[in-house]
Design a protein around this ligand. Structure first.
Ligand code: FES
Length: 342
């Protein structure tokens, strides 16, 4: 049978076979063209490319950056302890430390540590030979560094400083350290209004509440603002140890809610005795409610304890003064907040 005698079906099958063969050949060529280059071997790497020459000036720069970062981080701790929680300064100190640390790492990574480029061979995991190579590579990372002691020392100091700064806020949980335990109120400190005028006991009227500040002290310091009210004797039932804390029925309490630290700004005073409840301070954040007549007792809301009370006295001129500091720590509660003073 001549080729011309082939049926259309036979001719179509042959054509299909040729197409399949061509496609397989194209794939083989394509694969070869995209094969990854063989991995670089240790001996292929030009030694001059493997390590940077020692660069003492850059190393000194890195050391200085690390030390300045350490200064900023230590400053965070110092500011935390000595200032009244100045958050702007704290932010500048911690932010500066982290920025300088980052710059030091970038400079060290770019100009101090040797730069190498390897094409990684995908072999089996945990290949012993490769593991050794990695260990070797890490060891070689220190080559070309002439001021190793400076960098290690500065890095160590910066690390200690940053860790100390990060751990410093934990001190607030303890009993004695930190601004949270100090307020400007102490025996003899006068109560003044926002114009700095001393309050007379006669200025305090039943049915309203007053905000007082400490005389000659920073009005923005922690715990400076207090609530002052006068109550009729019927509404006063203080614990026995506090009987003389409310001269002429005038009582003072911390203005900072012991739940989450909002400023207490609502005062409920009964105007229709048959249906009204006793006088109370209410925090607008989550409605914790405290009774000033009962030593700041918590009667509603999520605060975990009573409102800290400030003992008062009236001096010879009729001015209101603190008779002592707060009987316990003020502000949001933590597990060690109750101190043996009440
Ligand atoms: S902060 Fe006052 S109730 Fe939550």
């Amino acid at each position: 049978m001549s080729p011309d005698d082939q049926s259309p079906v036979t001719r179509g099958a042959k054509f299909l076979g040729v197409l399949v063969a061509l496609r397989a050949a194209a794939r083989a060529v394509g694969r070869r063209g995209h094969e990854p280059p063989p991995p670089a071997r240790e001996s292929d790497i030009d030694p001059s490319q493997r390590t940077l020459p020692a660069n003492p000036r850059t190393e000194t720069l890195v050391g200085v950056l690390l030390l300045v970062a350490a200064v900023f981080a230590f400053a965070f701790t110092v500011i935390y302890i000595v200032s009244s929680g100045d958050t702007q300064l704290l932010g500048i100190a911690m932010g500066g430390a982290l920025c300088l640390l980052a710059v030091a790492c970038i400079v060290a990574g770019k100009f101090v540590v040797p730069q190498e480029t390897h094409v990684e061979e995908r072999g089996q995991l945990l290949d012993e030979e490769q593991t050794e190579e990695v260990v070797e590579m890490i060891a070689e990372g220190g080559q070309g560094i002439s001021r190793r002691a400076l960098l290690v020392g500065a890095g160590g100091v910066a690390g200690v400083a940053v860790v100390t700064a990060a751990a410093t806020p934990l001190a607030s949980l303890g009993p004695t350290l930190g601004p949270l335990h100090r307020t400007p109120w102490a025996a003899g400190v006068g109560l003044v209004d926002d114009q700095g005028r001393l309050y007379l006991a006669s200025d305090i009227h039943i049915g309203t509440f007053y905000t007082a500040l400490p005389e000659d002290k920073d009005p923005e310091s922690f715990g400076a603002g207090i609530l002052v009210v006068r109550l009729p004797a019927d509404f006063i039932a203080l614990p026995a140890a506090r009987r003389d804390w409310a001269p002429n029925g005038i009582l003072a309490y911390s203005k900072i809610c012991p739940h989450a630290g909002c400023a207490i700004s609502l005062y409920r005073y009964p105007t229709y005795a048959p249906t009204s409840q006793v006088p109370a301070f209410t925090c607008p954040c989550h409605y914790s409610t405290f009774l000033p007549g009962e030593g700041g007792r918590l009667v509603f809301g999520p605060a975990g304890r009573a409102l800290p009370q400030l003992p008062l006295m009236i001096d010879g001129d009729g001015h209101l003064r603190a008779a002592a500091g707060f009987h316990e720590d003020i502000g949001p509660s933590w597990w060690g907040v109750h101190r043996a003073q009440s």
